[in-house]
Design a protein around this ligand. Structure first.
Ligand SMILES: *[C@@H]1O[C@H](CO)[C@@H](O)[C@H](O)[C@H]1NC(C)=O
Length: 209
């Protein structure tokens, strides 16, 4: 009995040495409410936060890619949890090391749960595409630190998924989109929820390469 207890205690002490040494970081999926600069790197996108007074209460006060005067909701929640602010996926200095220490933000102004949402903006990253980029990210990290460590890293991560308003504002409520006449209020919401559910399930299945 005592021996078992001792072994258990020893294991508990030893476990962290063999566990993932990775930090807890955030992965953010979203639209303009969470974009921190992805659209700035999509030159043809019409959804840009490049005018004054975007960013006036943040850093040097110049537009920084956030569609707000200050912090995004994800910034505020992350700051309160003591988590680093993830850089935009399209940032040119993004690397495996940056992802391992800061996470990454896939949010794109104009993006929605549905692929067709926000088409008027020409370029934006839909949730489907954000998830594809996340699957690529999982593969990249697994190649760098090994599958087991990577699985732990992604399991420990914090996830923000904040989309849906563009599916109404820049799709269902605009008659130029076919969804606006194909659905009614209830069937459109069902369609959104079904699509979102399937997308969330697909998000941790790395595509076979
Ligand atoms: C949405 O786009 C993704 C590619 O990003 C594609 O795999 C998927 O089939 C599309 N979904 C629909 C319903 O067209």
């Amino acid at each position: 009995m005592k021996t078992t207890l001792l072994i258990t205690l020893l294991l508990l002490v030893l476990l962290p040495i063999h566990g993932c040494q990775c930090k807890i970081v955030q992965f953010i999926f979203g639209d303009s409410l969470s974009d921190v600069g992805n659209n700035m790197n999509l030159p043809k996108s019409l959804a840009q936060a490049s005018l004054p007074w975007y960013g006036i209460d943040f850093g040097n006060g110049l537009p920084n890619g956030r569609f707000t005067n200050g912090r995004t909701v994800a910034d505020i929640i992350g700051d309160h949890s003591g988590l680093p602010r993830p850089p935009p996926f399209l940032d040119s200095s993004l690397s495996e090391d940056v992802i391992l220490s800061n996470g990454v933000n896939f949010a794109s102004g104009g993006g929605g749960i549905l692929n067709e949402t926000g088409g008027l903006f020409i370029q934006r990253i839909s949730l489907s595409r954000q998830i594809e980029l996340f699957q690529g990210t999982q593969q990249l990290i697994a190649d760098k630190i090994g599958k087991e460590e990577a699985d732990k890293f992604f399991q420990d991560g914090r996830y923000v998924v904040a989309l849906g308003s563009n599916d109404f504002i820049n799709n269902y409520l605009m008659p130029v989109y076919s969804d606006s006449w194909k659905y009614n209020d209830q069937t459109f919401i069902d369609y959104l929820m079904e699509t979102l559910g399937a997308q969330l399930k697909a998000s941790n299945q790395i595509q076979p390469s």
